[in-house]
Write a protein that binds this ligand. Structure first.
Ligand SMILES: Nc1ncnc2c1ncn2[C@@H]1O[C@H](COP(=O)(O)OP(=O)(O)OP(=O)(O)O)[C@@H](O)[C@H]1O
Ligand SMILES: [Mg+2]
Length: 513
């Protein structure tokens, strides 16, 4: 039996009120009564219902129990309502039940009150449980439907991406070979350069589709997200722009996660760029981490939560179920491809994580990413220790056309201790090399518009400059049709690369000089 009973009692006769309370207390209830005697007082209580049960006297001087009952049911309040009367005849009793009364009790038979109350409360509790079960079932059904939809779209996207990759290998490989066979000044070079850069963009889209469909292999390590975010935030700020206040709120003693760092960076980047786009007039972007203890997770272990929130436009309720679908975008032609969140979704799935979104139009949006924790808290930064192995102080020319990749790679090189010179395409890189600037190493993206890293390499060799080269390749298709050149000091890193992979290849290339 429920020990305390919050009771709204509509009764004008003090003695009757006392009898009612006594009957309940005798049956073991500790009653917290709220006594009201007229319509106004009753309505005030209905405005902020804070009771488990209503007992109403049938007739009061200027009000009556049946009207009180109708007012309660009009508000769709499912609170047990018991009518109490000295004179209930059969007809009135039936009328009151029709109007939604839970039960009625004659004042002469007040001993019936306690069992009636007990049953009313039990039934109310059952209804409540059924309601909760139904809404939980609805939630699970929706979740399943969404998961199935994403699964199908993922398979489709993955299949397309795979075929596209093969086609693009052929396009990119042949165009590059054709360009190599043609004299540099040939007019056709311009057309081919356009074909090549468009194919390069298509390859990037394909990579995103692959990420979404979870067909990329992961390179997982134990990582502290706080360290990863700390590194990222510096390069995020300039990307996000001055009008937006970017804040990092790292949790103390954050549990480590077992992730592919480059992929998680991609997740943060995509979420942050979306946040920026949603805050055209400025605002606040917050990136937060927190431990979620096992007892709050509903899964077999603790989770780490990463939240990216903004004070932007928010997302309308009708759009919300679709935002993770590939090619779903509300941005104008040319501004967005609608792959950002699809990639995020794929990466999180592949990490056995979850992503949730909360949004209110005109207020802002928060994306919560949950990742399984990998074990005990890491306080030192394991990654940095391994990076220390690959320190260098030489001067590197970095040629990369994608601003985001360029900026990320530049900060990595600076962390290693290198001096960095930037080129935003191959032509610029070649100019810098040929102008006689003393570089110790060239770090070249293989596919760049205007002039690929490969051509830069061949032309520098042709000019008898033998600076070591490390090529960055997105996937093996970019190298299709190229022979790996003979000679030391020419190496490759596969994009997306981990910083230690990059560091190691740079050292190897430099040591082979
Ligand atoms: N933080 C946000 N605030 C408001 N709307 C958002 C936010 N994040 C995503 N959206 C909505 O979800 C849509 C899909 O996002 P998604 O990142 O997948 O694609 P996109 O940003 O439009 O294009 P892309 O990321 O490929 O450049 C967006 O077009 C936008 O309508
Ligand atoms: Mg986006």
């Amino acid at each position: 039996m429920q020990s305390t009973l919050r009771l709204l009692l509509l009764e004008d006769t003090p003695l009757d009120a006392e009898l009612t309370l006594a009957a309940l207390e005798e049956a073991g209830y500790t009653v917290q009564p709220q006594l009201v005697g007229d319509r106004a007082a009753f309505l005030r209580q209905l405005d902020a219902p804070a009771f488990d049960l209503i007992i109403a006297d049938y007739s009061l001087p200027a009000f009556d129990g049946l009207t009180a009952l109708r007012l309660t049911r009009d508000r769709a309040l499912d609170i047990p309502f018991i009518l109490l009367s000295g004179t209930v005849g059969e007809e009135l009793a039936i009328e009151s039940l029709k109007a939604g009364a839970t039960d009625y009790v004659m004042k002469q038979r007040i001993d019936r009150l306690a069992p009636v109350v007990q049953r009313a409360l039990r039934e109310a509790r059952q209804r409540d449980e059924q309601r909760q079960a139904a809404s939980e079932r609805r939630r699970l059904e929706e979740q399943l439907q969404r998961a199935q939809r994403m699964e199908v779209v993922g398979r489709l996207a993955g299949g397309i991406a795979h075929d596209f990759n093969n086609l693009l290998s052929v396009i990119i490989g042949n165009v590059q070979m054709a360009r190599l066979d043609l004299p540099a000044g040939d007019g056709v070079q311009l057309y081919l350069a356009d074909v090549e850069s468009a194919a390069g963009r298509a390859a990037r889209l394909t990579r995103q589709l692959l990420a979404f469909s979870r067909r990329q292999s992961l390179e997982q390590h134990v990582v502290n997200l706080n360290d990863l975010l700390g590194d990222m935030i510096k390069m995020l700020r300039p990307l996000i722009g001055e009008d937006i206040d970017v804040r990092l709120h790292p949790a103390g003693d954050l549990l480590p996660v077992f992730v592919d760092a480059a992929q998680i960076e991609q997740v943060v980047m995509n979420l942050a760029l979306n946040a920026r786009d949603a805050m055209a007039a400025g605002g606040r972007l917050a990136i937060e981490t927190a431990n979620v203890p096992q007892e709050h997770t509903g899964v077999g272990g603790p989770l780490v939560r990463l939240t990216v929130s903004d004070t932007g436009s928010g997302i309308g309720e009708a759009l919300l179920p679709h935002i993770f679908e590939p090619f779903f975008t509300t941005k104008e032609e040319g501004k967005g491809t609608g792959l950002g969140l699809a990639v995020v979704y794929g990466i999180i799935q592949q990490h056995n994580g979850q992503i949730e979104v909360e949004s209110r139009e005109g207020v802002g949006t928060a994306f919560h990413v949950y990742l399984p924790a990998a074990g005990t808290p890491v306080t030192t930064t394991g990654r940095d220790e391994s990076l220390a192995l690959y320190r260098g102080s030489e001067t590197v020319l970095l040629a990369e056309d994608e601003p985001l990749v360029r900026e990320m790679t530049r900060s990595a090189l600076v962390r290693f201790g290198y001096s960095v010179e930037l080129a935003s395409d191959g032509r610029e890189a070649l100019q810098k090399v040929l102008s006689g600037a003393p570089f110790d190493l060239l770090l070249l993206d293989v596919v760049m518009p205007s002039m690929g890293g490969w051509e830069v390499f061949e032309r520098t060799r042709a000019a008898n400059i033998h600076t070591p080269v490390v090529f960055m390749t997105g996937h093996s298709a970019e190298l299709a049709g190229h022979r790996v050149p003979p000679g030391p000091g020419v190496l490759f890193v596969q994009k997306p690369f981990r910083l230690d992979d990059l560091g190691r290849e740079l050292r190897r290339a430099l040591e082979q000089r």
